[in-house]
Write a protein that binds this ligand. Structure first.
Ligand SMILES: C[S@@+](CC[C@H](N)C(=O)[O-])C[C@H]1O[C@@H](n2cnc3c(N)ncnc32)[C@H](O)[C@@H]1O
Length: 283
């Protein structure tokens, strides 16, 4: 796989920068939440490849939940909890718990719930959360910033970020990926959708998004940041602009690898150790 260019790692931003960027995004979506929902929330039925990626994600989250049920206590230093939903590894047979980060009007949250995973939609924008609750009154939604998710360490069996990290300045993307890594359990999948750059453009490009500042991403650059954050990519879907779209898209599926130990030494990704190596420990 082409590693692509390195992005991110820029100078630390002040709290004021963060507040300014998030406020701009929130205010932009607050104004257009209903229009956005009416335009985009009904598209999945016409997108079989996208549904396939969401289906694979739901399967993997269910497998991750099953494999850690009954595995003993995780080391979760619980933070505030929307995370009463944080995983309790003792409840064997439970459904996977996932978060849809930047859920907007909640249509991806609803689709995943229909696939049998317990999905919490979180979003920065109050009008989006209101609309999501109105359209999906039986599903849970919460106001939250994906840079500081109200979820315990390793509390989730999966996380989806569907066209939402696009609104973070690229230098902050390593930070949000570190947050996703914190909340995901070993083996849990991460699914990220973004507007992609055209052709061979190697770095994220500003996108003339109509609601809030945003970037288009080269899939390779995003894959590099995922790897740097400790994820292992397993698949990607690159698609041309569809009807009504202005850009191609990229959907990346990765997971937090299962940690195993050789005589007390943790290994990140046992599948890369080669055949015949005596791997022991619990998945
Ligand atoms: C392009 S919309 C995508 C909405 C939905 N995921 C979809 O695919 O229709 C981007 C969403 O991300 C949310 N968002 C942007 N930055 C966020 C942040 N830091 N934390 C939580 N949500 C955020 C916005 O409020 C908006 O609802």
């Amino acid at each position: 796989m082409n590693d692509g260019p390195r992005v991110g790692g820029g100078a630390a931003d002040s709290g004021r920068d963060v507040t300014r960027v998030l406020r701009r995004t929130r205010d932009g979506y607050d104004e257009v939440a209903d229009l956005y929902a009416d335009l985009f929330a009904g598209q999945l039925p016409a997108q079989p490849l996208t549904r396939a990626m969401l289906g694979a994600f739901a399967d993997l989250a269910t497998t991750a939940a099953a494999s850690r049920a009954g595995a003993g206590d995780h080391d979760g230093r619980d933070r505030d909890a929307v995370a009463s939903r944080a995983a309790d590894p003792r409840d064997a047979g439970r459904r996977a718990r996932v978060v849809d980060a930047g859920c907007g009007p909640g249509h991806i949250t609803a689709h995943l719930s229909g696939l049998g995973v317990d999905t919490l939609g979180v979003d920065l924008t109050p009008a989006m959360i209101e609309r999501a609750r109105r359209d999906h009154p039986t599903l849970p939604f919460a106001l939250a910033d994906m840079l500081a998710l109200p979820v315990a360490d390793r509390g989730l069996d999966g996380l989806v970020a569907w066209y939402s990290i696009i609104h973070l300045p690229p230098v902050w993307v390593p930070r949000v990926l570190a947050e996703f890594h914190r909340v995901l359990a070993d083996g849990a999948p991460l699914l990220i959708a973004v507007q992609a750059t055209d052709g061979d453009i190697p770095a994220p490009q500003p996108h003339d998004h109509r609601v809030a500042p945003s970037h288009r991403w080269p899939a390779d650059a995003l894959a590099t940041l995922l790897r740097d954050a400790g994820f292992v990519e397993s698949a990607r879907l690159l698609h041309p602009a569809g009807p009504g779209e202005r850009t191609p898209g990229a959907i990346l599926l990765a997971s937090r690898p299962t940690e195993r130990k050789i005589v007390g030494v943790p290994i990140r990704n046992p599948s890369m150790c080669g055949p015949g190596l005596p791997v022991t420990g619990t998945p």
